[in-house]
Design a protein around this ligand. Structure first.
Ligand SMILES: Nc1ncnc2c1ncn2[C@@H]1O[C@H](COP(=O)(O)OP(=O)(O)OP(=O)(O)O)[C@@H](O)[C@H]1O
Ligand SMILES: [Mg+2]
Length: 233
């Protein structure tokens, strides 16, 4: 479904992505893990057309995303929840939710999304900036769901969020995946990632250095230690 082949990104003189190969199959839930600064966010931005590629291809359902403008990519079925959430603080919850949608409100979809995140329905007229961090994360995910994505790309959705909301967000990601939406998740919390994602990619210095199942990885603590460090276990 999503296929990155030998993707390179240069920023200025820095060679940030040095040939990333990564695949997400239909219905799969995959994690992309690695230490700070190895290029996880840049990989996601390269998929979404937000970081300019200097080599390689990104295909989604056999279609080369390089021929799309960045704003067309969500319409093709790829949703993106960026690191830091990207909520518009001065718009209301409802306005934030509907921002990517053309024309009329999609009430049927809103009902589904509020079923996932009832807290948001209680706060429709509240401005985005006054939501808690966890609520903003839910709103970012809800906004992405409004576009009926086939694949959702999430960049550290539980960063800096209190444990009670973390488990709710984790549960919703699992439910969304169970409903048939593929997931590519960047996550600092290795335990969360391995619980949620049967497929794991490990990244180091701008390239994928390990691709295997979470099950395999659990029996290889030396690999986890080498690429993720003890502090993240
Ligand atoms: N616009 C930019 N200008 C200069 N350097 C950049 C830019 N964007 C990213 N980088 C560098 O590219 C490298 C990879 O950054 P990236 O944000 O992809 O890492 P990451 O794996 O997501 O890290 P983290 O876990 O901290 O979020 C870092 O060294 C970063 O400093
Ligand atoms: Mg990042």
């Amino acid at each position: 479904m999503l296929n990155l082949k030998d993707v390179h990104v240069h920023i200025g003189k820095l060679h940030i992505l040095q040939g990333v190969n990564l695949q997400v199959k239909p219905g799969e839930c995959a994690a992309l893990l690695g230490r700070n600064g190895v290029g996880k966010t840049t990989t996601l931005r390269a998929i979404m057309g937000l970081a300019r590629r200097s080599g390689g291809t990104v295909e989604f359902e056999g279609f080369d995303l390089a021929s799309c403008e960045p704003h067309e990519i969500p319409r093709r079925g790829v949703g993106y929840v960026p690191q830091g959430r990207g909520i518009f603080p001065n718009l209301t919850v409802l306005e934030n939710l509907c921002i990517g949608l053309p024309g009329r409100r999609d009430l049927e979809r809103e009902e589904y999304v509020f079923g996932c995140f009832p807290r948001l329905e209680e706060r429709l007229k509240q401005s985005g900036g006054t939501l808690s961090g966890g609520e903003q994360q839910m709103l970012a995910l809800a906004r992405c769901l409004m576009m009926r994505p086939k694949l959702i790309i999430l960049d550290e959705p539980t960063e800096g969020i209190m444990p009670r909301l973390v488990s709710q967000i984790r549960r919703e990601i699992h439910r969304i995946n169970q409903a048939g939406v593929s997931i590519l998740l960047v996550e600092q919390n290795v335990e969360t990632a391995l619980k949620l994602c049967p497929r794991v990619f490990l990244m180091e210095k701008g390239a994928i250095v390990y691709n295997g199942t979470a099950h395999e990885l659990k029996s290889k603590p030396e690999i986890v230690r080498r690429y993720l460090g003890l502090s993240k276990q």
